[in-house]
Design a binder for this molecule. Structure first.
Ligand code: ADE
Length: 257
């Protein structure tokens, strides 16, 4: 597919079905293009050309999705939305983390390369695009300012989301759902700067780095990556994260005009 920069879509990559469904409901003209077992939904959102897709779960699935978005759809920017486990002490369920940089916490080719360094890239961390991440954080602050308006009073009460915060910093990714106190403590010890853990972001950041395409990621904290990380996970996504994602994306797209 060839597209001029003016027509090139913005890619919105969702980690979860409920998030993508919320986006598709808000797109007036979405049409699927099926490639590599994935549906890429092309259309418009907030007046902008977008392509919306599920990342798939884990780093390889997400990297394939990202490569297709960039190579086949000519995406001019990639925005990732999903959920993550909170690691740093102040990062609570219902807060949002916008990545400034991303790292694969399970990458370890030592002693050939320093721990976490991606071999032959000379780096462990991939930076989010500062301008994109800045506007995403501003859009998140706007969407979270009134959780009642975004989620409804019932969800706010159920998940005790009275003052959700927007954090900015390091997100770490790996092919594990972190669901024990011991494992999240080990990550905190090894990577004290890490705000949150998930399973795809650093892979998409690496692919965007390869293509020179701006990338940003936003994650709603669904759990604390501890022994109760799986409890009500799906309910949180349905009731909270999918609504936040849509509200943030709409606010962000509105800021691009
Ligand atoms: N996504 C949401 N919660 C997570 C966790 N605890 N570990 C990895 N990915 C996650």
């Amino acid at each position: 597919m060839t597209s001029t920069p003016a027509q090139a879509p913005i890619a919105i990559v969702s980690a979860m079905h409920a998030e993508l469904a919320a986006l598709l409901e808000a797109m007036p003209d979405e049409a699927p293009v099926r490639l590599a077992g994935r549906d890429f939904w092309c259309g418009h959102l907030g007046g902008q050309a977008v392509v919306a897709v599920l990342s798939g779960i884990g780093k390889v699935a997400a990297a394939t999705t990202a490569a297709l978005l960039l190579e086949r759809f000519g995406a001019r920017a990639v925005l990732f939305t999903g959920v993550a486990g909170g690691l740093a002490p102040g990062v609570a369920v219902g807060d949002v983390v916008v990545a400034t940089e991303l790292l694969q916490h399970d990458m370890d080719a030592s002693p050939l390369f320093p721990r976490w360094e991606v071999p032959l890239y000379g780096r462990a961390r991939f930076a989010a695009d500062p301008a994109l991440a800045g506007t995403l954080a501003a859009a998140a602050a706007r969407a979270l300012a009134e959780p009642h308006a975004t989620l409804g009073a019932e969800a706010v009460a159920e998940f005790a989301l009275h003052r959700p915060q927007v954090h900015r910093g390091l997100i770490v990714s790996g092919d594990r759902f972190v669901a024990t106190q011991a494992e999240s403590e080990a990550l905190r010890q090894a990577l004290p700067e890490a705000l949150a853990v998930e399973m795809e972001g650093a892979a998409v950041a690496q692919v965007c780095h390869d293509f020179g395409t701006p990338f940003a990621a936003l994650r709603t904290i669904s759990d604390r990556a501890d022994d109760s990380a799986h409890v009500d996970f799906q309910r949180f996504i349905d009731r909270v994260a999918s609504h936040y994602s849509l509200a943030v994306m709409m606010a962000w797209l509105g800021m691009q005009r």
